[in-house]
Design a protein around this ligand. Structure first.
Ligand SMILES: Cc1ncc(C[n+]2csc(CCO)c2C)c(N)n1
Length: 235
């Protein structure tokens, strides 16, 4: 099955995500404030783009059930995904509002551009492959942290882990499985070339998830950010 192939090939990248100091820090209950702030600034901005990508899928869908599914996911990102951000803000002792005006860092820019590239191909499989590592890796992180005994009552990140752990219909676990199922269906009518193209989108997005943790941990912004972003806030 296509989904098994994707998970198998991406596995070393997922393992590297589990080993990343930011993710390990979530498990151990400590991440530097500067890393948490950089993450929320970039993620707030990233999720706004993610919503637009979800919206851009709707015109290429053929049935209402799928339209409902993607529309509900937009609602979920807008209204529920803010919870994990609040957890980071509370720990870093900053207001969420103060972190909502960032422009994309190089890696966030690359990740967003990668997703838009998938949209431009017009292929639903490519778009789902580019999107899926986002809910997939987070759900896997939450499961791994829980399985290794890190999701404890005294961990300040407990409610962040719990958020991505939930596996009910409306939450990420359910979403991940549904997207993998859609891919398995689509792959039945795809050529080897199309399968490889879609896989490329999935594997690159998985690495870009790793890069997202990395850039937040080391606060990697544009080298010439003053020049690039100037006084006005262009993207
Ligand atoms: C860089 C980055 N990657 C993944 C997530 C997690 N996430 C974002 S939207 C969503 C639901 C998808 O419909 C999930 C699980 C994040 N916050 N930031």
């Amino acid at each position: 099955m296509f989904s098994h192939q994707l998970v198998k090939e991406a596995n070393p990248i997922l393992e590297a995500i589990f080993d990343h100091p930011f993710v390990k820090g979530i498990g151990d209950g400590h991440v530097d404030d500067a890393a948490l702030k950089f993450y929320v600034q970039q993620d707030f901005q990233y999720l706004s783009e993610f919503i637009k990508i979800y919206a851009s899928i709707i015109p290429i869908l053929k049935d209402r059930e799928n339209m409902k599914f993607f529309a509900e996911n937009i609602d979920f990102i807008l209204n529920s995904e803010i919870h994990p951000h609040h957890v980071f803000c509370d720990i870093a002792n900053v207001t969420y509002e103060s972190l909502q005006h960032a422009t994309p860092s190089p890696k966030a820019y690359l990740y967003q551009s990668h997703m838009y590239r998938a949209v431009r191909t017009g292929s639903l499989a490519n778009i789902i492959c580019a999107l899926l590592p986002c809910p997939w890796t987070y759900n896997e992180i939450a499961k791994q942290l829980t399985a290794t005994g890190k999701n404890t009552a005294d961990n300040p990140f407990k409610s962040w882990i719990d958020f991505y752990l939930t596996d009910d219909e409306d939450a990420d676990g359910g979403l991940t499985q549904k997207l993998f199922k859609m891919l398995n269906e689509l792959s039945k009518d795809m050529s080897e070339e199309e399968i490889n193209e879609a896989k490329g989108f999935f594997l690159k997005s998985t690495e870009l998830e790793w890069e997202f943790w990395e850039q937040a941990f080391y606060q990697q912004d544009w080298r010439f950010t003053e020049i690039i972003h100037g006084g006005d806030n262009h993207e």
